[in-house]
Every structure is written in C-alpha cells, then in structure tokens.
Design a protein. Structure first.
Length: 330
C-alpha cells in the first residue's frame, strides 16, 4: 500500500465497510483498490446512538476526513440496519450500482460531524418464497463485477462467512440470492451443543473435512440434522480422532451448502457460467477444496472487493470521478 500522504493525495473516496463486529475504513484509489486500510472492533452491534457511531468513525478515519474534508465518505454493511447508525431501506432485486446508489441516505448528526452516505442492503423477495436480505455483501458483489468484468454477463458469486451468500448475476445485475447460515450453525454446534464436547483444536485436517463433504454429497438425502450426529458418534466409537471432528463437521455443513447451492445454480441455467468466491483466504480455501471435490470445478477467488464496490456506488451517485469502463458494466 502507498505511504500515508501518497494515499491521501491519490484517494477518490473514504470507504467504510461496517459490519456487526468490526469497522474497516479504506482510502480508495481510482482503480477501486485500497490505498490504505484501518480497522477496529466498533461493530454496529456493539455501539448505539448517532453520537457513538460518529465517534467510532472519527477514531478510525477522522484524520483522513480532516486532511481532505471534501473527500466523500460512503459506508456499507450493518451500519445501515435497524440497529445501526441509520435504518436504510433495502433496495430490491434485481439491482446494480445505480439502483443501490439511488437508495443511499445521509447519516444523521449535527453540523459538527461529517455527513456520510450509507448504502442500502438488498432484498430478494420472490413469489412463494420467504424474503432474503443482505447488508454489505451486495457492495462486495458490485466490486467483484468491476474488478472482474467477465462475471457481469452471467455468474454465480459465493461469499462464504457466518451467513454465506450465493448470488446470481446476469447482465450486470444481482438477480437473486440465497443465504446459508453455515458459519453460524457451525459455531453454535461447536460451542453450544453435545457435538463440541469431543472436539479438539487443531490445524486444518483436509482429509476429515473432505470426509464431511463426501458424506453430504453422497448421503445428503438422509438430511443434515441426522448426519450432524456423526460428528459425535465417529468420536465416541473411536473411528475419528477428536482433533479431526471439527473439520469433519465443517466439511459436512459446507457440503450441504454446495449440495443446495449448485442445484440452485443449475436451476437458474448458470451451471456453465463462472463461479467466483469472495472472502477471506482461509474460508475461500475451504470452499475451493469442497468445490473441487464436489464437482471438479475451480472457482475464481477474490479477496476483499468492498473498496471497489464502494467506489462504484460513489461514482453512481456522482460523488467521485467516473471512468468510461466502470458504470456501464455494472
């Protein structure tokens, strides 16, 4: 990354990815990449009130805002939720950068605090199905389309995490998406259920992980609620070491996610379209291993695409200089 002053001089935007448990701020250059990055633990779920949100943002990016007071600030994520700084209504699928930018709202606050624009989340509300929502991932998807334009025509984009998202993209728009609570389910089962009692911490055990993936692939028709109990019985009977049980459970849950997600992708006619993973390297590695075992595919893996997405939203709102290759494609 650039030095402090170089980053400040080159930045077109201060972008903020504000989740439930953390706050990440970026100085973003014209290419959509982060020139500088800072983070702290002031997530939207641990603070409340307009003053607390303004103070948290000032702590992580206040010197940037004072050094370049005309530089716009755009935030995405749970900061725009009911329990965030401001409840910003969801935009509806299908949506692109322009639709999301249209839904951005300014943060509340007095004249002494800098006003920022907060992006809406995204709502998928298809007839006959319960609604699904995301906050923050839609900005990452828009960023992925900007950084990898070949995905815009048609792709399935997967964002592993506490609540994994599978999104279908066509003609530069997020058409629909589905949430899988894989990460949260794993954490709850490991920490608060009988399954975790035999598990021991260890380095990633790929063989045990793939055993779980294979169980979901081959015997998933038995149901995940039944198959999960094997993470105990394999330990009780001595057929799997305690240090391997956690990765077995992880593979089983991710395997069931792929079982559903790949079928959903095929039903949408995207089975031959690119599949991309967006997220941390560690999580994407697990998903890549599971995908290769499940279908023989290798996905395009991208790291944090939120800065590029935030810049696209700023451009769509007329807050940052446009580039001829940016908005037309997303």
């Amino acid at each position: 990354m650039a030095t402090g002053q170089q980053a400040l001089d080159a930045a077109q935007l201060i972008g903020v990815d504000w989740g439930s448990t953390s706050l990440r701020a970026f100085l973003i250059g014209a290419d959509g990449l982060a020139l500088a990055e800072r983070a702290n633990g002031d997530g939207a779920s641990v603070i409340s009130g307009a003053g607390a949100f303004a103070a948290a943002l000032d702590e992580v990016a206040g010197d940037w805002m004072r050094a370049r007071p005309a530089l716009p600030v755009v935030a995405c994520g749970m900061v725009g939720s009911l329990h965030g700084w401001l409840d910003v209504p969801y935009a509806a699928c299908p949506a692109d950068a322009r639709a999301l930018a249209t839904g951005m709202l300014p943060s509340p606050g007095g004249a002494e605090s800098k006003q920022i624009l907060i992006a809406p989340g995204l709502l998928c509300d298809e007839s006959g199905l319960p609604p699904d929502v995301m906050r923050g991932e839609e900005t990452q998807i828009i960023g992925a389309l900007h950084l990898q334009p070949q995905l815009s025509e048609g792709a399935c984009i997967v964002l592993p995490g506490t609540h994994s998202k599978w999104a279908q993209v066509r003609h530069g728009k997020i058409r629909r998406f589905a949430t899988h609570m894989t990460g949260e389910l794993y954490a709850v089962l490991r920490k608060h259920s009988v399954l975790g009692r035999l598990m021991e911490e260890s380095a990633f055990n790929e063989a045990a992980f793939l055993d779980g993936v294979e169980a979901a692939r081959r015997h998933g028709h038995l149901g995940v609620a039944h198959q999960m109990f094997a993470a105990r019985t394999l330990g009780v009977t001595g057929r799997m070491a305690p240090a391997a049980l956690g990765d077995y459970l992880s593979g089983l849950l991710i395997g069931h996610e792929f079982r559903a997600g790949l079928a959903w992708r095929e039903q949408a006619g995207l089975e031959t379209a690119p599949l991309a993973l967006v997220g941390s390297a560690e999580l994407c590695r697990r998903y890549q291993v599971a995908l290769r075992h499940y279908s023989g595919e290798r996905a395009l893996a991208l790291d944090n695409t939120a800065p590029a997405g935030l810049l696209l939203l700023a451009r769509a709102a007329g807050l940052a200089p446009s580039q001829s290759t940016s908005l037309e494609s997303v």
